[in-house]
Design a protein around this ligand. Sequence first.
Ligand code: NAP
Length: 524
Amino acid sequence: MTRLCVPIFVTEIARAKRDIATAIEAGAEIVELRIDGNPSTEAVLSLIAGPRVPFIVTCRSTDEGGNCTLSAIQRLELLRNIASRTSSMVDVELATLHELSATAQPLPSELIISSHDFNGRPARLHNLILEMNEQPATVNKIVWTARSIRDNIEAFEILRTRQRPTIALCMGEHGLISRILARKFGAFLTFASLDRERETAPGQVLIADMKSLFRWDFLSQKTKVYGVVGSPVSHSMSPVIHNAAFEDTGFDGIYLPLLVNPGYESFKAFMESFLGFGALDLRGLSITIPHKENALRYLSEKSAELDPLAVRIGAVNTIAIERDDNAIPGLRGLNTDYSAILDSITERLGIRRENLVGCRIAVIGAGGTGRTAVAALASCGATVVVYNRTRERAAALAAEFDGKSGHVVAASLEKICDSCCQMYINTTSIGMHPSTNASPFGPLPPKLGPDTLVFDAVYNPMRTLMIRQAEEANAKTVTGVEMFVRQAAAQFEAWTHLPAPIERMKRVLKDRLGAGENSEPKSG
Ligand code: NAP
C-alpha cells in the first residue's frame, strides 16, 4: 500500500519534533527527515526514537536540489551511522554512489537509491532505472520536473513495470497528478507537505488536501479518473465539488486539476496520450479556458458523438468517456453551461423554458460564457440585447444568433443603465475578485425592481456588487454559485449515471469560497 510521507527539514530540533507530531496527526504514514543542515547525529537519533512511525533520513546534495555541503563520503558516513543505530531507511543519490564507486561499500541495508532532475526529464531516464536496479537497494526513487502533463504517464509506466518498490514522481504544477495517483499505480510512497512554506520540492500537495480534497484513503488501482482540463487550473473549484460528489455517493472516482498548455496541439497531444494509457482509466473531463473550442475540434476530428447544442455554441465543456474492455474509448462531447444557465433562470422564476419566449434579456459580455447565454436564451425565443465593451464582438455574436428562434441585437456597454430589460445577466469578469468593488452596472444600475432578475455568473465573491445592487432594489437574484453547481452536477450525471448530490456540492463550494473569500481568484 502506497504510504503518505511528510518531509521535514531539520533545522531546529524542538521545531522538528513539533512538525513530526503535526505530520502524524495529519495522517503521515512515514516521515522523511531532511538533515541537509547537518544537525548532530545524536539530535537526529532523538527525533527518530520518539514517535512510532517509520522514518527516512536524507541528506540531499546541492547537485540534486538539497542544501548539504558535506562531501559525498561524509554524507554517506553520516547516513551509515544513523542506519546502523536505527531501523530507519536512508536515501542516497545514485550519482553519489557512482562518485564513490567501491568506497561506497558496504551500503546501508534499508536503502532508497534516488535521482532528481530539477531541470526536466533526464535524457537517460530509463538507463537510470536500469542502473538503480543493479544496486543493492530496497527502493528506487526517480523524480524529475515535468515539462508537460504527459510526463506523468511516463512516471506511471515506470511504476507499472517496476522490479522493486519504486517512487516515481514529477515535480512542478504539471506533475501534480503523479503525486496523487501514485497510490493507484502502487508507488512505495508519495510526498505531501505540512504547509506551503515547508515544501521540499515544487508541486507538493498539502497533506490536508491530499487526505480530504483528493480522497487519499479511498484511492485504489480501480479508481476511475476525472479532471478539469485548462490553463491556468490550479485554483479551479471543480475538484472541490466533484470529489465531494464522489464521496457523497460512494462512487469510486478521483477528480484532478489537469494543466494542459494553451493551443490545439497541446490539447490533442494530451488527449491522445491520456486516452491511450488504458491503465489510467480516464472516464470524464471538464473543459475550461482556453480549451473549450479545442475540445470541440478534437471531438469533431475523431467523429465523436457531439451534443448539437455544443456544436451550435462552438464550445464543449464536458467530455464523457465510455470504456469497454479492449475497446477504443467512446467519446461524447457536451455543453452543460447551456442548461445550467437556463435552469438557474427558470427555477428561480418558477417558469418553464417556453415562458422565455419574447422576454427581453440583457446579456453583458460576449466571451465564452456570453456566447453560451446568448445561444441558450435565443434558442428559447427570448429577445436578447448583447452589451459588450468591444462593441464589434457583441455585433458579431448578435448577427450569428439573431433569428435562430429569438431576436438578438448588440449594444454598447456604456448604454446598459439606459436599458429596460426583464433580466440582466453578467458574463464578464467585472466584479470578480480582486476587483470586488466593480459592477457591470457601474454606480447607477438600470431600473430594477421585484419583477427584474439579476444573474451574475461571477462566483468569487459569492455576493458580488452587482448582486448587492439588485438586492437593494428588491430584484430577484441568481449567483454564479448556482450556475457553477448546476453545470458540474450535469457533468457528474453524464459520467456516473447517478443523481448528483446537488446540495452537498453547493455546500462544499460555498464553504470553500467562504473560507477563501477575497483571497485568490478562481477559474471554472
Ligand atoms: P471570456 O471568454 O474571456 O470573456 C470575457 C468577457 O468579459 C468579454 O466579453 C470581455 O469583453 C469582458 N470583459 C473582461 N474584462 C472586462 C472589463 N474590465 N470591462 C468590461 N468588460 C470586460 O471569459 P468567460 O469564460 O466567458 O468568463 C467570464 C466570467 O464568467 C468569468 O468571471 C468567469 O468566472 C465566469 N464564469 C462563471 C461560470 C459559472 O459556472 N458560474 C462558468 C464560466 C464562467 P471584451 O470582448 O471587450 O474583451
